[in-house]
Write a protein that binds this ligand. Structure first.
Ligand code: CMP
Length: 146
């Protein structure tokens, strides 16, 4: 995917809405692309996390306690949706396993790049708070629907 296409995809990601072209360009410049095969683990619950991913194409499933009798599918994400933000924010361990459903290409961003951007761009920090709040609302809705 060309730099121009990556730039365009990032512009369409709600988490990055409000960032100007220069800020998007800097983020895109530090991002790396990686393609995962169907079934491949992208982040693993309990492991140290170092980055955030944005899906460019494909779909992923978020699973908690995979491989145990308490395993639960928490969410499915597709193009434009970020994941892996929790461990990034607090230097915590990954809270769930994220596995590719289809062949999935992601844009990855290292923790320090993203945190440096949040410190310099209040708009990004506000979007991140809104994004986390929305995920909490979605999780609550799924719990009630069970
Ligand atoms: P992180 O903990 O870094 O790695 C696993 C990721 O799964 C996590 O960040 C979130 O992006 C995602 N995740 C964890 N719990 C939920 C949830 N309840 N709803 C949606 N996504 C989740």
């Amino acid at each position: 995917m060309s730099d121009e296409t990556v730039h365009q995809v990032l512009r369409g990601v709600p988490l990055f809405a409000g960032l100007d072209d220069t800020a998007i360009g800097v983020l895109a410049g530090f991002a790396f692309q990686k393609t995962f095969q169907p079934g491949e683990v992208i982040v693993e619950e309990g492991h140290t996390g170092n980055g955030l991913y944005v899906i460019l194409s494909g779909r992923v499933e978020v699973v908690k306690s995979e491989g145990t009798d308490r395993a639960q599918s928490l969410a499915t994400f597709g193009p434009g949706e970020p994941f892996g933000e929790l461990a990034l924010l607090g230097e915590w361990k990954r809270t769930a396993t994220v596995r590719a459903i289809d062949e999935t290409t992601c844009l990855g961003m290292d923790r320090w790049v993203f945190l440096a951007h949040m410190e310099r761009q209040p708009a990004l920090a506000v979007k991140m708070v809104q994004f986390l709040a929305q995920r909490l609302v979605d999780t609550d809705a799924r719990l009630v629907a069970r």
